[in-house]
Design a protein around this ligand. Sequence first.
Ligand SMILES: [Zn+2]
Length: 236
Amino acid sequence: MSADAWFQWGRRRIAYSVARDERRRLKIVVSPSGSVQVIAPHDAADDEVQERVRRKGGWIAAQIDDFEQYRPRTPPRQYISGETHLLRGIQYRLKVHQNDASRIFLSGDRIVLETPHVESNVHKVALLDHFYKLEAHAEFPRRLRDVAPLFASEGTAPPKLMIRPMTKRWGSYTPKGNLVLNQDLIRAPVQCIDYVIVHELAHVFEPHHGSRWRQLMDKAMPDWRDRKKKLETSLV
Ligand SMILES: [Zn+2]
């Protein structure tokens, strides 16, 4: 039996589901997707369960935040010439030109954006989005091919790669076995792109961020903590 409930933690409303089980102690599981499941003993009263969950609110919120550890942080943009935009962690200056046709390309240390609509952020954002999407689709499969052998000894073929815009995460490993990468990850340094791929590949074998997951990470990518920090602290 499962019931849905929620509690208020600061300004956040945290939802959770409750299941009953033959056990003596209440157990709280926060999955990588951020969902919270509470497994309670059969004889625990509903309000007692609710109170125990609320008391663990700080820990639950921290777990959810940890799983969204690579939440993208993008500074506000004006899409004008001279503005800096990142690609693979390298800064490029945007150069906006009026032209009859729309196109966008790299030239030296510049991203050149040409459009008949230089005043239109909609056009400029769409062109940049297109540019990052194509760069991501060129780069990520290469990165996956490079890092997948790190898990060869665990004995599974690399999952299917999907690339799409994501607002809250850099990547995920879905229950259907797909590796999903945020298209905007192409703005991050290659070593951070590799970290996110390895992070998600480790989820093929271990869904949670517990000691088994950390062991897999330590073995595959000993400096993953540094890369994680770099990704978290860079304004991508
Ligand atoms: Zn994870």
